[in-house]
Design a protein. Structure first.
Length: 271
């Protein structure tokens, strides 16, 4: 381990470490992450069935792992057929109990990428997303939001509900104008492996120029492989490569990027 790692502290704000693809070597993945200077990971849930085990197992894992683990509870738009409106009531009840380690609502959001989506599916996404934003207001929690071909619709809901603690727009790749609108609402932009691809010029420009206090790092592991790692399972330790890339894009040092982005996460999640 380099000396540099002793002072670095990175926060992977978005990692699906509870997915079964990590069942065989989860602890090893965490120890690799620690070697890559990762001190904190936030695991967002994607569907109701995950919530109880995510809360319990993350607490256990946190006790044996060198990396601190926090979680978010939410309903991801990709799993729309698994969601029922009453899951919002289940979430409300769970959040009232203030379960240990739960720091946000997510992963929620809207994904309108599929052009063949029925109006009913779109309406259901919107209903569940709005419900989760309302719960964020009610429980005063930040949100972790997934958006694809839907940023203007997301912004409409956020402007109407105005969640006080805002949150993170994860894996952001929208326009500069949309980014500006999110920042006005107090949201942070999550940047991950996407910025390591030279062809992602728009997103790289945004990552290079957005105020550093509005940026958090993420891997979205096991998804969103970095440039050079296509076809492989993504891992939380690679958030260091994202940080290095961001440092280069911004003309900052790696410790400066690590310090600022980790601070942003800790402030947002109040840890
Ligand atoms: Zn995700």
């Amino acid at each position: 381990m380099t000396k540099e790692n002793d002072t670095l502290s990175l926060f992977d704000s978005h990692c699906h470490l509870n997915f079964s693809v990590f069942d065989k070597d989860r602890l090893q993945v965490l120890s690799q992450a620690e070697k890559a200077a990762v001190s904190h990971i936030c695991i967002p849930a994607t569907q109701q069935v995950e919530w109880p085990s995510l809360i319990n197992e993350s607490e256990l894992l946190s006790q044996v792992s060198p990396v601190s683990i926090v979680t978010a509870l939410g309903l991801h738009p990709w799993f729309i057929s698994e969601h029922h409106p009453e899951h919002l009531n289940v979430l409300d009840t769970l959040l009232q109990q203030r379960p240990a380690g739960v720091v946000a609502i997510g992963e929620t959001g809207l994904d309108f990428f599929d052009r063949n989506m029925t109006p009913q599916t779109k309406a259901k996404q919107l209903e569940l997303f709005t419900g989760q934003v309302e719960l964020a207001c009610l429980h005063q929690m930040p949100l972790i939001i997934h958006g694809r071909k839907s940023h203007d619709d997301i912004l409409k809901v956020l402007r109407r509900c105005k969640p006080e603690r805002a949150g993170i727009i994860h894996g952001f790749s929208g326009s500069e104008q949309q980014a500006g609108e999110y920042l006005k609402l107090g949201f942070k932009l999550g940047f991950g492996g996407g910025i390591t691809y030279p062809r992602a010029r728009k997103t790289r420009h945004l990552a290079a120029t957005a105020p550093i206090d509005s940026i958090v790092l993420e891997t979205d592991a096991p998804d969103m492989p970095l440039n050079g790692y296509q076809g492989q399972r993504n891992e939380p330790g690679r958030v260091k490569l994202v940080a290095e890339c961001l440092a280069e894009l911004r003309g900052m040092s790696l410790p400066e990027v690590a310090e600022a982005t980790s601070h942003n996460c800790r402030t947002l999640f109040r840890i």
